[in-house]
Design a binder for this molecule. Structure first.
Ligand SMILES: [Zn+2]
Length: 294
């Protein structure tokens, strides 16, 4: 702590909600780009929104995977898009009286139609029952406050109780800085719940989507029994500029992308969006809770 004090330390530890140092990621709204320019923001080839709907929001030319909302994710992944939400009544408060946090929450709720940055519930994939949590990057950068942590924890515990596989789609800029230490505590809480899941022999599958970072990477995202990632998703803890500034070295090409993490063993498989449903089905079948002990 010497040198920059506790405040400075916390600032370093808690990535800002829009904590993307990478200008290519910061504030990019790809859908608006397609709408305005009628082209793909990655390869700049002609593209219209209708076409994207049909390809699950993947560019047919360069395979760029667009960020999607949790409800789109659910529609693309679960049987009939049928999703029975749990813990819907939980809403964030402002435990530290952080200036303007209440207003910001109200505004984002209004804009997204969601109460928090994660949707959790029960659903079926190819007729196999699962508990699923889907994070929303469009809700305050998918930042993990106490409610996000609690909802994820409850989803995991529900999986443990009912012996149903748990699937978590991550998308997060990290901790919710407006909740300070309460936000950081969620890392320990979710990890603890996963330990219980493990004790019960119930599998957890995580699917890391663009972007997954900060406290989410440092906890449940990396604790899946099998960790999948979408192609070229940004996955890391701190942003690349912070790292470069700290170690004073140039980072290698493709650093903090799915494929790089696969190569280094942090990710088990990079799976295209169109194949995720099939892959999850395979994983559920090969990791049944009853197969414990084999
Ligand atoms: Zn493209």
């Amino acid at each position: 702590m010497i040198g920059f004090g506790l405040k400075g330390f916390l600032r370093r530890l808690v990535p800002r909600e829009k904590g993307w140092d990478d200008p290519k990621i910061a504030g990019r709204d790809e859908r608006i780009f397609v709408e305005n320019k009628k082209s793909c923001p990655a390869c700049h080839k002609g593209l219209d929104e209708g076409e994207l709907e049909r390809t699950l929001y993947v560019c047919p030319n360069c395979n760029h995977h667009f960020r999607i909302t949790p409800w789109e994710r659910i529609r693309f992944t679960v049987d009939g898009g049928v999703f029975q939400e749990i813990a819907t009544k939980l809403e964030s408060v402002n435990p530290l009286n952080f200036p303007d946090y209440d207003n910001k929450l109200a505004e984002v709720r209004e804009k997204t139609g969601m109460s928090e940055a994660v949707i959790t519930g029960r659903c079926k994939i190819e007729n196999r029952e699962v508990i699923m949590a889907v994070m929303a990057y469009n809700f305050m950068g998918g930042s993990m406050g106490s409610v996000v942590g609690e909802k994820i924890t409850r989803a995991i515990l529900e999986g443990a109780r009912q012996e149903l596989p748990v699937i978590i789609f991550t998308a997060s800029g990290g901790a919710r800085m407006q909740e300070g230490i309460f936000s950081l505590m969620q890392m320990a809480k979710t990890s603890n719940a996963i330990a219980l899941l493990e004790e019960k022999g119930v599998p957890l599958f995580t699917v890391l989507t663009d972007p997954t970072s900060g406290g989410v990477t440092a906890s449940f995202a990396m604790l899946g029994d099998v960790i999948l990632a979408e192609p070229e998703a940004f996955i890391g803890f701190a942003g690349p500029r912070v790292i470069e500034g700290t170690i004073r070295q140039k980072l290698p090409e493709g650093f903090q992308r799915s494929e790089f993490l696969l190569q280094k063993g942090f990710v088990d498989l990079v799976v295209e969006r169109k194949d995720i449903r099939r892959m999850l089905t395979f994983l559920i079948d090969t990791h049944r809770p009853s197969s414990r002990g084999f």
